[in-house]
Design a protein around this ligand. Structure first.
Ligand SMILES: CC(C)(COP(=O)(O)OP(=O)(O)OC[C@H]1O[C@@H](n2cnc3c(N)ncnc32)[C@H](O)[C@@H]1OP(=O)(O)O)[C@@H](O)C(=O)NCCC(=O)NCCS
Length: 258
């Protein structure tokens, strides 16, 4: 039989019945919590009780963090331009990048690919090349990020504190030693270490942040639908410093390509 172009191991229909990772969908309804179903879809198997609890801790810790982050600004600005809910949520997701949410994937990759190295080597490599170490630092948490602390405390209680968490904590100490300044383990760093302990591949990293934060983005986008259209605009007097050319005249002899 020739190979088909599309392949999937996630779900299928047999007759009119849908199967998710081999289980009839109708049997999952009312038996699995949303988090258990997410684990099943991502990992292919049902979670243990502790795996489910750990993922719940992670998703609750990422669900919302004020109106300030770039993703919420993007989502609300797009709604302010007169768009519908899904467009705003999509814009919010597109704002996730290496400084916001995407750091989760970067630090997962760092931990998984450098597990044999010492924190000292890793920090030296990053700092000497002027690169920021993903998963560390926060705009206002300077002693510890309470979300990260909670996640790592639960990882200890639920049996997910292992080599990746140790490496993460080692890097935090080493940054302080080499830089002479503390950069806290942030929420992305803590999640990255724990989901690595749970056996997830780093390429799924942003997925955890997206799954956790989308409910917050939906709430912000919905709220913005009731605001005055075009209200998310800058007040140029108050918010903007113009650093361009002084007003000037187009040279009279300039012909351009007309
Ligand atoms: C999150 C982040 C943008 C917050 O930044 P901030 O607290 O406003 O810090 P600043 O951008 O003002 O930087 C302050 C100093 O710390 C350094 N720094 C901050 N985070 C750093 C990191 N992760 N690795 C190395 N140096 C870092 C900056 O280079 C700067 O150094 P300097 O004082 O020698 O110039 C920043 O820590 C960062 O880029 N972290 C990595 C990405 C990340 O994990 N994002 C997820 C956030 S939840």
């Amino acid at each position: 039989m020739s190979e088909k172009m599309w392949k999937t191991g996630i779900s299928t229909h047999i007759g009119k019945k849908a199967y998710v990772r081999g289980y009839p969908l109708e049997d999952l309804i009312g038996k699995l919590s949303f988090t258990e179903a997410i684990y099943l879809v991502l990992k292919g198997e049902l979670p243990t009780e502790n795996e489910r609890k750990m993922l719940d801790v992670i998703f609750v810790s990422t669900i919302e963090h004020s109106i300030a982050p770039p993703s919420v600004i993007a989502a609300r600005a797009v709604i302010s331009g007169g768009n519908s809910l899904h467009v705003g949520v999509g814009a919010g997701i597109l704002a996730f990048g290496s400084a916001h949410g995407g750091a989760l994937e970067d630090i997962m990759k760092l931990l998984q690919e450098n597990i044999e190295k010492t924190p000292e080597e890793i920090v030296r490599e990053y700092l000497s090349s002027g690169k920021r170490i993903p998963g560390f630092g926060h705009r206002f948490f300077k002693e510890f990020d309470p979300r990260a602390k909670n996640i790592l405390d639960y990882a200890r209680k639920l049996g997910f504190y292992g080599k990746y968490c140790k490496l993460l904590e080692g890097i935090e100490k080493e940054i302080e030693r080499q830089k002479g300044k503390k950069l806290v383990i942030n929420v992305d760093g803590a999640i990255a270490a724990v989901v690595s302990e749970m056996g997830f591949d780093w390429r799924l990293g942003k997925g955890f942040f997206i799954i956790g934060r989308v409910p917050g983005l939906v709430a912000h986008t919905y709220e913005e639908l009731f605001e005055r259209p075009f209200s998310k605009r800058l007040d140029e007097e108050k918010d903007v410093e113009y650093i361009g050319k002084e007003p000037r005249k187009l040279p009279e002899d300039y012909k351009g390509n007309w």
